[in-house]
Design a protein around this ligand. Structure first.
Ligand SMILES: [Zn+2]
Ligand SMILES: [Zn+2]
Length: 401
């Protein structure tokens, strides 16, 4: 079986393609009686003929082999029936141009007992391994799949950008801007990806088929340039046939009062443009709030550190502290306040963006500042103070040992 091209088993047996197995058997018997070597001793021609009809009978009398032959146009033990089936479907689907041409495919390397395992075996001396044979088939089918899908409407993709927002804008609300690089419908071709009327594909001269070599096999496959249609459109020079162009745009958006760091704002229809009439994507802005030298924002609460004097901490007092509203607010320091203690100022924080009417707190960390005593009178007072208050603050430390 060195060359399988143009084998016509039906013609060899003189039967129709629709012949039943009974008709095939009868036709073979009739011919076998005529060309059998016993009947024609030393007749080379008859011997050849007998070989031919035997081969034809071998294939056509076997239901499985006959099916593969019908689908692919030749038979080899190496052909997987499922592949033959898929191949036949692909051919039926293409409907135009010449069928896949197996001419020149040398099956001699695939004789019984020496078939290489799929995917294995070196691809030497121009003969394709069975693995690559399958690969070529799968390539054909992938191409057809893509062709079938075509270019329908496709929705634009969403975009996500981080937007740095000023500390005060996030708290009080306002407008912000962001530079966004997004895809827009091409103004030249209006998203059609082509201009003018379609023309004949130069790659395949309009046939829709091109020849591809796989080892020593020749295949006619759907032209990759025109996807088998034989015609191509004039590529749009503006968008290189993408139908879309990139444009950087400054987009203004509203920041709600109380917007938190990390919050996601959806700007509908501000993402990438769709193609073929597909919907516009959305733009998601992730808010990154700025910091402040005095106030630290944690959710809707505001934290700050306020220094107080030793006298304020020990005797208690009322001190002025800044708030995010501007101006001052009075904070009561209870007598005996420790350094590092946190005092809560209810509803002096940020107005909630999500829960209307709610507000966070302001949390003040007091930091007692120990005075430097630079005069003898102050030191005298402190010594006297120490005498009156001679508790040992470290006594519990030792208790726990
Ligand atoms: Zn083409
Ligand atoms: Zn265009």
């Amino acid at each position: 079986m060195s060359n399988t091209q143009n084998k016509d088993y039906y013609g060899t047996l003189g039967v129709k393609k629709t012949a039943t197995s009974d008709e095939i058997r009868k036709a073979f018997r009739k011919l076998a009686r005529k060309y059998h070597p016993d009947v024609n001793p030393n007749d080379k021609k008859s011997e050849e003929k007998f070989k031919e009809i035997s081969e034809a009978n071998d294939i056509l009398s076997d239901e499985k082999k006959r099916k593969v032959f019908d689908q692919v146009g030749f038979y080899s033990d190496q052909i997987d029936p499922a592949t033959a089936e898929a191949y036949a479907r692909q051919q039926a689907g293409a409907r135009q141009g010449p069928p896949v041409d197996f001419g020149g495919f040398d099956f001699s390397g695939f004789g019984a007992g020496q078939a290489p395992a799929a995917g294995a075996g070196p691809q030497g001396s121009g003969s394709a391994s069975w693995g690559s044979f399958k690969d070529i088939f799968s390539g054909i089918f992938t191409g057809t799949e893509q062709q079938r899908r075509g270019r329908g409407p496709e929705a634009g993709t969403d975009l996500e950008y981080q937007a740095p927002i000023d500390f005060w804008t996030a708290i009080r609300g306002g407008n912000a801007r962001i530079e966004v690089r997004r895809q827009e419908v091409c103004p030249t071709c209006h998203g059609q990806a082509s201009t003018g009327a379609p023309m004949t594909c130069p790659e395949c001269s309009g046939t829709g088929q091109v020849t591809q070599m796989g080892g020593r096999m020749k295949f006619n496959i759907a032209c990759p340039r025109c996807q088998g249609s034989g015609r191509i459109s004039n590529a749009c020079p503006t968008c290189q046939s993408e139908g879309l162009v990139y444009r950087t745009e400054s987009i203004e958006f509203r920041i709600k009062a109380g917007t938190r760091d990390g919050q996601r704002i959806r700007l509908q229809g501000k993402g990438n443009a769709g193609t073929g009439g597909g919907a516009q994507g959305d733009l998601y802005v992730i808010v990154r709030t700025g910091t402040h030298p005095v106030f630290t924002r944690v959710g809707d609460d505001i934290h700050l550190t306020v220094p107080i004097t030793l006298a304020e901490a020990t005797l208690g007092s009322k001190v002025d502290v800044p708030t995010i509203e501007g101006g001052r607010a009075q904070l009561r320091i209870p007598p005996g306040t420790q350094s590092g203690q946190k005092l809560r100022m209810r509803e002096r924080g940020v107005e909630s963006a999500s829960a209307a009417g709610q507000r966070g707190d302001q949390i003040v960390t007091v930091e007692v500042q120990i005075p430097q005593l630079n005069d003898e009178r102050s030191r005298e007072i402190m010594r006297e103070f120490a005498k009156l208050n001679n508790q040992d603050p470290r006594v519990t430390l030792f208790d726990k040992l």
